[in-house]
Design a protein around this ligand. Structure first.
Ligand SMILES: *[C@@H]1O[C@H](CO)[C@@H](O)[C@H](O)[C@H]1NC(C)=O
Ligand SMILES: *[C@@H]1O[C@H](CO)[C@@H](O)[C@H](O)[C@H]1NC(C)=O
Ligand SMILES: *[C@@H]1O[C@H](CO)[C@@H](O)[C@H](O)[C@H]1NC(C)=O
Length: 529
């Protein structure tokens, strides 16, 4: 039997151990997190932005563009764009009159904001999960009112009086979730009058549009950090190819440090700390809020450039500067040929695998090279990436750590999720479906009553253990409390080694039969689910 590393060389960590769960919201099942770290309610901020004068934008034909001022915010790695057009969308209108390609802010197919012209504000509030607003033209921040002001062109064309429009938006992807949404700062967008310009002169001029987003929300939980943070952000701005400034609400140095690689993968500019930076920042356009498709999902039919979740994985791989693993020579700790690498997520506190070391020995006997992936160790995310991306298979009990499935190699690696009693469907929806969409081999191991610690807590035959679905139904409006306190927080598992061996053996033989290194080129190559 091959050696089992009970403590692997690379200890990896999840940012948080908070449980991921579902709750009823507005009559629909929707996702929420029960973070045992209390979410401090963010004090309502009056953020100040004091715009000043901005050099008069130059019109560029019917769809008005802008004169891009040089960035003074330190965008060293971004090439000077020079004169460029910014528009809100508009499909085939990407190239205007033989000029440079027009920069399209809204990358969503069929968005109500696609047909709008420059010098206007458009909010798309049609989605269940998130609102997104767009501004094209002379945009200036006003910290005092936490606003973005849109100034009209220098010489307004004829009688087109500025529309007195003000939009308000809390940029987060869970607008149905009143509990968290009220903690998100509200940003105002409005059209400014020309005479206001003198009071709003630019302190910092940027040559790229801004996206306003939040580092708040359920940011203690890795699932939400990706599901509601970085994946939506990527969906919304990846087409701008780092030519976008991140203006962040609830910014913290810790956030910027923890996710530095991802942040600089998305933007070639310094982050603007929107609540503390009192200067007037000027931009040629703005996006406020992010798109949202589904749990850890990229719906390629909604993106003008048809990107997929595999592209998001590649983005992460690039961000963490992954060296090509298939190139010759010096790959450290090369696994013996024929022994796929398996990572076992080792949770703490709850939903732990009580007989984890026996499970690790079992996996080794099946033919895996086993690594125990410790969670909550404080290791940087780059180390987590390095570990998980080296695995051929990842095994773990349902929990936020499984978000690292995004780091597994698409079209090649496997994920086995152990679903504790009472949350089988939740587990499948949160991680199983995304794993399959990414082209991972997905196995779900639903634990039986005998494998659950709940069978020790409840008398034999009790409905909570014998029939979780019925137990949940019988709770009616308090179903969530049962799920949260009993099934999510009150349960460990002890895996039946004979039964779990079948799951491991199936994964192992699939990995052996698959040719190495095949990555699907697009969603079309992925299994439909
Ligand atoms: C993707 O988006 C399209 C257009 O909104 C929608 O019709 C389709 O159902 C979505 N696909 C999935 C898998 O959600
Ligand atoms: C689960 O296991 C952990 C670690 O052994 C322990 O601290 C916790 O009390 C256990 N929970 C239950 C419900 O048995
Ligand atoms: C878990 O593994 C241990 C061996 O460490 C074994 O005694 C126990 O029966 C296993 N649990 C179940 C439910 O089979």
């Amino acid at each position: 039997m091959a050696a089992v590393k009970v403590s692997g060389p690379k200890k990896v960590v999840a940012v948080d151990d908070a449980a991921v769960a579902v709750m009823v919201a507005k009559g629909r099942w929707a996702l929420a997190v029960q973070s045992f770290l209390a979410l401090s309610v963010v004090a309502l901020c009056a953020l100040l932005y004091a715009p000043r004068f901005f050099s008069a934008p130059e019109p560029h034909g019917a769809i008005v563009g802008f004169f891009a001022p040089r960035s003074t915010s330190g965008a060293s790695s971004v090439e000077q764009l020079g004169l460029e057009h910014v528009g809100l969308g508009g499909g085939d209108a990407d190239r205007e009159g033989g000029g440079a390609p027009r920069q399209v802010l809204d990358n969503q197919v069929g968005s109500p904001c696609s047909s709008l012209t420059s010098h206007s504000i458009c909010c798309d509030r049609s989605d269940y999960h998130s609102d997104v607003c767009f501004m094209a033209g002379d945009v200036r921040t006003d910290a005092a009112s936490l606003s973005l002001l849109l100034f009209p062109p220098a010489a307004p064309a004829g009688g087109a009086a500025a529309v007195a429009v003000e939009e308000r938006i809390r940029p987060y992807t869970r607008k149905w979730d009143g509990y968290i949404t009220k903690t998100i700062h509200e940003v105002r967008l409005r059209a400014a009058r020309p005479e206001e310009a003198a009071a709003h002169r630019c302190d910092v001029r940027h040559d790229a549009p801004v996206i306003v987003m939040t580092a708040g929300g359920y940011s203690h939980n890795l699932f939400h950090v990706f599901n509601d943070g970085f994946l939506p952000l990527w969906l919304t701005v990846q087409h701008l190819r780092r030519r976008v400034v991140l203006a962040v609400l609830a910014y913290s140095p810790r956030w910027a440090g923890t996710y530095g690689e991802i942040i600089s993968g998305l933007s070639g500019y310094h982050v603007v700390d929107l609540l503390r930076d009192r200067r007037t920042h000027c931009f040629p356009g703005a996006i406020v809020g992010t798109r949202y498709h589904d749990y850890l999902a990229v719906n390629s039919t909604r993106l003008r450039d048809s990107k997929t979740i595999v592209d998001f994985h590649r983005f992460l791989a690039d961000a963490y500067d992954e060296q090509p693993k298939d190139s010759s020579g010096s790959q450290p700790a090369a696994t013996p040929p024929g022994r796929p690498r398996l990572g076992i997520v080792s949770r703490r506190g709850r939903r732990v695998i009580e007989n984890q070391s026996a499970v690790a020995r079992l996996a080794a006997s099946v033919g895996f090279d086993v690594d125990i992936m410790e969670t909550a160790t404080g290791a940087p995310l780059s180390a987590v990436y390095a570990s998980v991306s080296s695995y051929d298979a990842l095994v773990g009990v349902h929990g936020a750590d499984l978000t690292t499935l995004l780091f597994l190699r698409p079209g090649r690696a496997a994920l086995a999720q152990i679903a504790p009693l009472g949350i089988a469907l939740l587990s499948r929806n949160l991680f199983g479906v995304p794993a399959s969409r990414m082209g991972l081999r997905y196995e779900q191991y639903d634990v039986s009553a005998a494998e659950s610690s709940l069978s020790r807590r409840y008398p034999p035959g009790h409905v909570v253990v014998a029939d979780p679905a019925r137990a949940r139904r019988e709770q009616g409006g308090k179903e969530w409390e049962l799920v949260e306190h009993v099934y999510l927080r009150g349960q460990n598992v002890s895996l039946d080694l004979d039964r779990f061996r079948e799951t491991l053996a199936r994964m192992h033989s699939r990995l052996k039969e698959e040719p190495q290194g095949q990555v699907p080129k697009s969603a079309d190559a992925l299994p439909k689910i």
